[in-house]
Design a protein around this ligand. Structure first.
Ligand SMILES: [Zn+2]
Length: 314
């Protein structure tokens, strides 16, 4: 679905921000590089973390594996695969367990368990049971969060009162299990923040796919949350969101694809995937006056804190 052209484009984008060591460019250009040299080169790429993706929506296992491989090729080494109901949460967990790997082409996939506001009418019992099942095994890992959950008053696929109670229940679950809360909120900042206030904002809270402006950003930052920016920062009509990215302190900033949705410019019309997260990072870098490499490093470091991940490899 994303051809070699797309990957070449990303490679060029990436290369622009990377300062190769002396002599490295000649090595890169060599047509018959031994495989282990190529692996070493890949291992040296800047490390990106896609803080929110849905790899489990791939058509089948082979496509999920290909999505992960393409991400690794451009230096995306950590991905948080986000659940939206009990079935997709179990699939995300399976992918985290089966697709993470060690070595030069190391990739770490983590997952979350949650019920999206669109599906709030199905109730949170199954989510609660899955979290309890994980807790009884001694560790939630690779599950690191509860969500995505929250309020979506734009689509109103579930009645608002039902959305509010499902969200409150999942805030309580994040607190109970000591997991990160991943929030989806659309046209509902007031109610989202008031539920956080009444349930207690979890120590680690992320507003995913941040779509507000600087005023909303400030309110979310005030409660100690991280703001995760998506491909929306590359959209022409998203100047408010870019303003929020400029206002967000560098230690509260995350980047995500929300793939398969919200494909960043210039690949609009294609299916989004984690290998495009450097495009989001580059757009954020432009707003912050930083290099893409700096944004990769700081957002990966922030993801360690935001999701309680193991320290980044040295
Ligand atoms: Zn999502």
């Amino acid at each position: 679905m994303t051809g070699a052209g797309a990957r070449g484009g990303l490679g060029r984008l990436f290369g622009r921000h990377r300062r190769p060591a002396a002599g490295e460019e000649a090595e890169e250009a060599a047509p018959s590089e031994p495989v282990d040299e190529r692996d070493l080169e890949l291992a040296r790429l800047t490390l990106w973390t896609d803080s929110h993706c849905h790899i489990q929506y791939a058509d089948d296992d082979a496509e999920a594996a290909a999505v992960v491989d393409r991400a690794v090729e451009v230096g995306v080494r950590r991905m948080i695969c986000i659940g939206t109901d009990v079935h997709s949460s179990r699939r995300a967990l399976e992918i985290a367990r089966s697709r993470s790997r060690a070595g030069a082409l190391r990739v770490e996939i983590y997952s979350t368990v949650g019920l999206h506001p669109h599906d709030a009418r199905h109730g949170t019992e199954a989510i609660s049971a899955l979290l309890a099942e994980l807790a009884s095994s001694g560790t939630h890992l690779p599950v690191v969060g509860v969500g995505e959950c929250g309020l979506d008053y734009h689509y109103d696929h579930s009645p608002r009162s039902v959305q509010r109670s499902a969200f409150a229940a999942q805030v309580a679950l994040a607190n109970e299990h000591g997991l990160t809360l991943v929030i989806h909120t659309r046209e509902a900042f007031d109610d989202t923040l008031s539920i956080l206030a009444s349930e207690g904002t979890p120590a680690r809270t992320v507003f995913h796919c941040f779509t507000g402006g600087p005023a909303e950003a400030e309110r979310c930052l005030e409660v100690g949350a991280f703001l995760s920016f998506s491909g929306i920062v590359t959209f022409n009509n998203a100047s408010e969101v870019r303003e929020a990215a400029r206002a967000c302190p560098v230690d509260r900033l995350l980047v995500e694809t929300d793939s398969p949705y919200l494909t960043p410019v210039p690949y609009r019309g294609r299916t989004n995937e984690p290998s495009y997260v450097p495009l989001v990072g580059e757009a954020v870098a432009r707003e912050k006056g930083l290099s893409a490499k700096e944004v990769a490093t700081l957002t990966s470091t922030n993801a360690v804190v935001a999701f309680g991940l193991p320290a980044l490899p040295g």
